[in-house]
Each structure stands twice: as C-alpha cells, then as structure tokens.
Design a protein around this ligand. Structure first.
Ligand code: PEP
Ligand code: MG
Length: 754
C-alpha cells in the first residue's frame, strides 16, 4: 500500500493544475482499492455547497453540476463531522439522499473521508461500491493520507483563484493565506516575483574543453558578483544602518571563501565545465546548512544558493535583466533573499512575502530594518502564478490576500488611512515627558542591536537603551570579535546615549540565535545550551566581553550589564565573581574602570519563583517576556504551527510578572520589562499597575506606549490590573484591555491580531 501511495502522490504532484490532479487521483484510488467509484467534492463556501469536482464511476457530465448544499447526504455528513463515514449499505443510512444524474442508486458501500487543512474542511474524498462493502481500516487510512496530500494543492488553487474558476466563475477572494508575521504593518500593492533568473539545479553536466579557460571564466564571474554585491551594499548607504549592511559583508566573505573557489576549480580540472562544477559546489555547501537544526543557520543555505545563481548568471553571459518595480512593490518569492530586497529601488518597496524563511531570516531582518511589513513562511503561496497580481500583506496577523475582494481591500485601505492618521497623532507625543497623569515618571528605553535602525529623533526620545542584544553584531561575522573590536562597538553605543544608561546584555546565543562559527547542534535548543549557560562553560568568551564592556565605559559611567537566561542563584554568584575578576584585572593593568550596575533577566520560570533571592544579589531585574511566555506556556516562539497558543496576555504570564514585581519591591530593586510585551499598548496599564519601573521596547512602539502612560494615573492602573488578574483566559484580558483603551479615547492604539 505504501508503494502505491508514493506512486499516486508523485503522479498527482506532477499534474499541471488542480483539475488534472483531481482526475488523476480518482482514477488511481479506484484502481488501488478496487472500488467501483471514486469522487472528490470540494467545499464552495460562497454557495454553501459541496461541489462534485472529479469522478470515475459516476456520470462524467455530473462534474461541476452536482452541488450538494451543506449538510445534505452522506457527503454533507463527512464534511460536517470532519471525520470519515464508513457505511456498508448507504441507502439504508438515515442521511442518505439520492442524487439525480449521477447513477447514485446503484451503489451501496460508501466511504468518505474529509480533506482537511489547518482544521478546515476543504472537501470530501469518496469511494463507493456496487455491493454492500465495509471498507477496511487500512483503506480508510490510505484515503486519509491521500486527502492530506491533496489539501495543500487545494489551498494553493484557492489562493491563486484557480479553484474559483473551477467551481463556477471568478469571484473576488476574501480568503487569506497564513504565514508568520515577520514585521508589523499593512501593505497594499502589486506582487513582483523575485524569480531565479538562472536555475542552477537544471545545469547539465558537460566536459570542460579547456580547463584553464573555464577556470578563468569562473573567476571572472566571481569577480563580477563581488562587484554587484558591493554596488548593492553602497546603494543601501543611508537607507540602512551600517550594522545591517554588514549582511553583505557576510555574503562577500562566503563568496571569497577558499572552499567555494578551490572546490569549484578542482572539479573543473577534474573535467567538468564551470556551470556544472559550480552547481556541485553550491549544492554541497548548501546541504551543510540545510541539515542544521537551527533556523538561523538553515537560512544561510539560501544565501549560498543565491550566490550560486548570481555566479551562474555571469557565467552564462546573461547579465541580470533589470526588473520592473511598480510604485507599491510587494516582493514575493520562494525564498526572498536580502540582495533581492536591496535591488528594489528606494521608495518602491511596500512589503515582503516569502514562502520560506522565518523571523530570523535575512529577508525578515532587512524588512524590519526598512520598516516594511513582511510575512514569511507562507507555505501555500503559488509563487509562479503571483507576478503582477494585486496583493495585501497583513504583517500584524501574518496574512496574505491575493486578488482581494473590494470589501477586503476597503477594510485594509481604512486601516492604512487610520495608521497614517494615528501616526500624526502619535507624533504629538514626541518630546513630552513619559509620566502618568499623577506625575509619576515611567522612563521608556530602547531595545536595539543589529536589526534596529535608530535615527537621531528616536535616540532623543528614549531614556536610554534598556536592552542591547550584543549577540546580533556577533552573528554577521566569521569569528568571535576580539576585546578591542568589541570595546569599540560598545563605546559607540555608550557614547551615543551618555549620560543616559545603556544596558548591555552579555552574549545570549543558542536557542534560535546561532553563530555560524560556533554551531551548537541540539535536539531541544531552547532547553539546551544557551545564554549564560554557554558563558559559564566558556569563561574566556564571557571575560573578554566583560572586559570590553568595562573598557568601553571608562570616563562615561553609563554602562549596566544584564545577564540572560538565569535559572538559579548559583549562576549569578559565579558570574558576579567573573565580573569582579575582569574589573580587578583591568584595574591592575592600569585601566580606570569602575564597577557597573549588574542585573539579571527574568525569563525562565524558575527565576520567577526565585525573583526575591535574585533581586537580593543584583542591582535590577529585567523581565524577558518573549522567553518567559514561551517557557511558561510551552510554546516555541518561532513555530508558526503553535503561534495561536503563544500569548503574552495569558493570565499565567500576567501572574508571573506580578509576582516578580512584588519580589523586587520587597528588596527595593527596580524592575524593567524588555520583551515585546513592553511595547504593546494593551499591556502598558497592566505593567504600570504592577509597579514596573521602566519599559524597554523597539523604537517604533515608544510614542504609542508613551501615549498610554500619559493617559492614566497609577491608582487607576492598579484598579484595572486588579480586574484583569481575576480573568481566566487571554482573550478575556485582551477584550477587557481593548475596551479600557477605547473608553480612554485610545482606540486608535488597538491593532488587529495579537
Ligand atoms: C526576551 O526573551 O523577552 C528578550 C527580551 O530576549 P530575546 O528576545 O533576545 O530572547
Ligand atoms: Mg530572551
């Protein structure tokens, strides 16, 4: 059965369109399980009917004509229950109805299985038998497996409009495709498919006629790609901060890597012509990254392939054709690369949609830095049918609408207009003090690191930096930066904000943040060797970083050090000894360093329960709600499948935060919140009510949060918190907070989605 299954799946996958896939499938299934009939019905939500789309065994003229209203017949029963219905003698079943024009009454045995994707029934796959027949369990599971395979193809066809054409006339689409929200915001624009102008995998093997000439041809192509990348990099000057442009340095490094060059030349000398040698080298390099568990490193495989394609383009003497970019370009691709984004002329990029990738892919990082909405991981997007089509990108909820219906378009136009109006209103907050209506100051800090683009205005607005993620600059290099290199980098940040405080977090790698030159391969990386656990086992890395931080602070005195992923007091004691040691050594070496304030992150559940013991040992606490939420709720923060379960307004999260602020108050220590929750206006009042001292967030959230702070008094915030803490689920809390903001005249701050 398994072989048959594979064969059918392969044939169906090769079908050029959905109709052919369905027709192929019904034939193959009927033969495989020796039934008299096999049919597929698809759900048509507009007309609320299950439409016969393919059959073998029933009258072929019934295809497209038989439309069973929802709930009607055994097919209706399968769709309604979303589970298989296996009836030996169908006409005897109370839900059986006879359908004309199909020859239905001749059949007795009936098995129907639902075709389901993401909990939604898309259709029903049915087999029928002339005689009484109860289908076997393995036949049921066989159909199940096929139905699951078919679900993806149907979703594709729905998104591209193909299904509407099949089920009767073109209708504007109100459905959406789901992916991961990689950058918030809404874009309405036209899809431009960032296509692979050159298909490396399709290059055939050919002998090299003149190996030396072939090697020279290859080297010339590499040089040309190098020049292209440098040109792209300089084109981004002024549009992106230097740190983000460093992504191109990483690509250039990869391009110049000896293994890439030597391996290709070796293959050429071994007899292959340059394009095939390149194909082999790129495939083997990409495979190494592909096999890595870590999503960040896996993304590097697409960088390698991107480089390969670029080299091939030059090898083929086929200079890249200039693409046409309409004014509101939404860049769409299987695996949109950083260079493809950079190629869009300034001011034309409205959004980015990628089938592959995650929140840590380069596409997502660049989209964020450029402030354009992005959705990644849209697995069902039929990319090759997208070019030139109208598209809406909902970067709040991670949704894509292809050929949106006028009603959907209007709704999003309204949202865009609101965003603009709100933008102007929010701007009014600039320069005003961040304090409650009863005059209590709530300093707002910035989260920054590689991905954030901070202009002078944004810097001026902030009370300082509440979280500087030092690992991000480490990521785009090919080795650990040395003490002086780090010191220089930290000094720049400290100087930029002095005398305002800057909280530098020590290296927090592991989990989803991997360094290319320090791979950690684990089955459960979020529960493994990450953050401070690595620092404790590699004191040399930690000490180098601390020394760099202390040196950077000489003469400034605004440095604070934050320790991530603390799960027990022993870790803090040990790390503080190391910090003291670095400090004393530097003094002995004649550097005028001073001891900075040291804090710990509360982002592991055990730290919540020991917040008091931790507070006693350090100068401040900073709550990392991103990790705390994932650990409390046991939901991977990067996994789209469980994204619905990840909710920072979950009562368990709120209660954990509350107990941390209480513990900190007992020891008179300030508490900051530096996870995404700090930038969510729905949570601001709750955090104020808990007595959180400062909030640290990305630059884009600062004025919105300030608006909330300036609209509420501390006693009112405590009252509202008291009500919210009695609620039993996140939706209830969300609705309550939305109503509260609405009553306060802050409805504009409520955004769709979580
Ligand atoms: C957090 O976990 O909330 C946090 C701020 O750290 P990061 O997002 O870098 O893990
Ligand atoms: Mg964290």
């Amino acid at each position: 059965m398994l072989d048959t299954l594979h064969r059918i799946v392969n044939t169906v996958n090769r079908a050029p369109n959905l109709q052919e896939a369905l027709t192929t499938l019904v034939r193959a299934v009927r033969d495989a399980i020796d039934s008299d009939v096999c049919s597929i019905y698809l759900v048509d939500e507009e007309s609320r009917a299950n439409v016969l789309m393919a059959t073998v065994g029933l009258e072929s003229k019934a295809v497209g004509r038989v439309r069973l209203p929802f709930g009607r017949g055994l097919v209706g029963l399968v769709a309604e229950r979303a589970e298989p219905v296996n009836v030996a003698d169908a006409p005897a079943h109370p839900r059986y109805v006879r359908v004309h024009h199909t020859g239905e009454t001749r059949f007795r045995g009936f098995l129907g299985v639902p075709i389901i994707q993401s909990r939604r029934v898309l259709g029903v796959l049915v087999v029928r038998q002339r005689d009484v027949r109860e289908f076997q369990d393995d036949e049921v599971t066989f159909l199940f497996t096929l139905a699951a395979q078919l679900a993806g193809a149907i979703t594709h066809a729905r998104a591209s409009g193909e299904l509407d054409e099949l089920t009767g006339g073109l209708r504007p689409v109100t459905r959406f495709l789901a992916g991961q929200a990689a950058n918030a915001g809404v874009a309405i624009g036209t899809a431009v498919v960032s296509y692979q102008a050159s298909d490396l995998d399709a290059v055939p093997d050919r002998p090299a006629e003149d190996a030396r000439a072939e090697c020279q041809r290859f080297q010339r192509a590499v040089e040309q790609v190098e020049a292209d990348l440098q040109r792209l990099q300089s084109r981004l000057e002024g549009r992106l901060p230097e740190e983000d442009r460093a992504l191109f340095d990483a690509l250039l490094l990869m391009l110049r890597s000896e293994t890439l060059l030597l391996q290709t030349e070796e293959l050429i000398h071994g007899g292959l012509w340059a394009p095939a040698a390149l194909r082999e080298t790129i495939a083997s390099h990409a495979a190494i990254f592909d096999e890595m568990d870590d999503p960040y490193l896996r993304e590097r495989a697409s960088d390698v392939r991107d480089l390969g394609r670029r080299i091939l383009l030059h090898l083929e003497h086929d200079a890249p054709r200039p693409m046409e970019y309409p004014p509101h370009t939404v860049l769409v691709g299987e695996d949109v690369s950083a260079t493809q984004i950079a190629e869009v002329p300034s001011g034309r990029l409205a959004g980015v949609v990628s089938v592959g990738g995650s929140g840590s892919s380069h596409a997502a990082i660049l989209a964020r830095a450029m402030g354009v909405p992005a959705v990644t991981g849209v697995a069902d997007l039929p990319v090759n049918r997208m070019h030139g089509r109208p598209l809406i990108v909902d970067g709040y909820r991670g949704r894509i609408y292809v050929d949106p219906a006028p009603a959907v378009r209007d709704e999003y136009q309204r949202l865009l207009a609101e965003e603009r109006a709100l933008g102007a209103e929010v701007e009014g907050m600039r320069g005003l003090p961040s304090e409650t209506t009863d005059g209590h100051p709530v300093p707002l800090y910035l989260n920054t690191g590689l991905i954030d683009q901070l202009n002078g205005e944004e810097r001026a607005e902030a009370a300082g930096v509440g979280l500087y993620r030092t690992e991000l600059p480490f990521m785009v290099r090919d080795r650990f930066p040395g003490e002086s290199e780090q010191a220089e980098k930290y000094r720049r940040v400290l100087q930029l904000f002095a005398p305002r405080p800057v909280v530098l977090r020590t290296l927090d790698i592991g989990g989803d943040k991997e360094l290319p030159y320090f791979p950690v391969k684990e089955q459960n990386p979020f529960l493994g060797w990450r953050g401070i656990r690595i620092s404790l086992q590699h004191p040399e890395i930690f000490l180098t970083q601390i020394r760099a931080m202390l040196r950077a602070d000489i003469g400034l005195g605004n440095l604070q050090i934050l320790l991530p992923m603390i799960s027990g007091v022993g870790e803090v004691d040990e790390l503080q000894q190391l910090i003291r040691r670095a400090h004393d050594e530097l003094l002995e070496e004649g550097h005028a360093v001073s001891m900075p304030r040291v804090g710990v992150m509360i982002e592991v559940p055990s730290a919540v329960y020991q917040a008091g013991e931790l507070a006693r040992r350090v100068d401040f606490l900073s709550i990392g709600t991103n990790d705390l939420t994932q650990y409390l709720l046991a939901v991977d923060r990067n996994n789209a499948r469980v994204a619905d379960l990840y909710d920072e307004l979950h009562p368990a999260v709120l209660r954990a935060l509350r107990s941390v602020t209480e513990a900190a108050a007992e020891f008179n220590r300030p508490v900051s919140v530096c996870g995404e929750l700090a930038g969510n206006p729905l949570a601001t009042i709750l955090l104020l009510g808990m007595g959180v001292t400062t909030l640290s967030m990305s630059a884009g959230s600062l004025l919105r949060v300030k608006w909330v702070v300036r609209s509420v008094s501390r006693s009112r915030a405590r009252q509202i918190l008291g009500v919210a803490l009695r609620m039993e689920d996140a939706d209830q809390v969300r609705r309550f907070m939305e109503n509260t903001l609405e009553e306060m005249g802050l409805a504009g701050l409520i955004r769709p989605g979580k």
